[in-house]
Design a protein around this ligand. Sequence first.
Ligand code: SF4
Length: 315
Amino acid sequence: MKWSVSGSRTFFQCPRRWYYETVFANSRAKDPARKEAFILKQLQNVRAWRGKLVDQVISNFIVPKLNRNEVVDLKEALDYAHKLFETQLAFATARRYRDPSIKKSDDETAEDYCALFELEYGGTIDQKMLNMIESEMIASLTNFFNSRLLAQINESHPYLIAQRAVQFPFADVNVQCTPDLIAFFKETEPIIVDWKVEAPKHKEHFIQLGTYAFALSRAKPHKDFPAEWLSTIADPTKVGLTEFQLLRNRELQYSLTEQDLVDVEDYIYKTSSRIQHMFNGNSSARDPTCFPQAKSANACLWCKFKKICWEESSS
Ligand code: SF4
């Protein structure tokens, strides 16, 4: 069973939603409800889409250029971002994510793939909202270009790894994390960077960064991790952590203490135990209706699974 920091937040808001997302959704299942859950799982609201666009521009356009020591030009990056914005919006508006011949993982569709909650559930998105999303994407990328972090990268040319999943077993669950960026510098300690267009509560974000460092120390190193840094990343207190709040243009740097590590481990242990307890050791044969629904109706407002959840609850 998989556990992740973002997944555990969903679990505490609504165990049933967590179940739809983590276990039930399956594009290859024979059960049409599981296929539908897979389609609904792809939905994101426009604010989350804005963050995803920024992730994609940094990870797929900027980072590969930096790794090739090429000059990265802001105008070029913004042109790329604008094109991505337009093609993804067209994809979502045409509901192409519902086309059975289109696979999210296919090379030719992966970059354009987009499914928007507002279009699936409400029908339209206000043009003012779209303008705001695009201008905040541009502001976030411009702040990234003018950042201390990018100046440091341009000066030291570290090896950069973007959006790489790292996972490790912990008390019968698989903990999976995907840091936005890992930078392996030549002379100074590696850093893990997490960027957010809009910042969540500080404590949550600190736990998230701490879990990434912890995961990096426990996971089997990927083949491209530089060998000279393997003993350093085995100790999470030696890895730098950077939280970049892109719209606010704030770069916060942390390191973990031994006590922080105990807190992170405790957090992973407690949440994974609660999830396991709910499954009672059986993660495969469950009906979504066996899982408790959200306590607050507000949690359902933006739930992408409400179509199937409400149908199942009323039948
Ligand atoms: S609609 Fe509400 S109760 Fe159902 S899965 Fe979503 S959040 Fe949970």
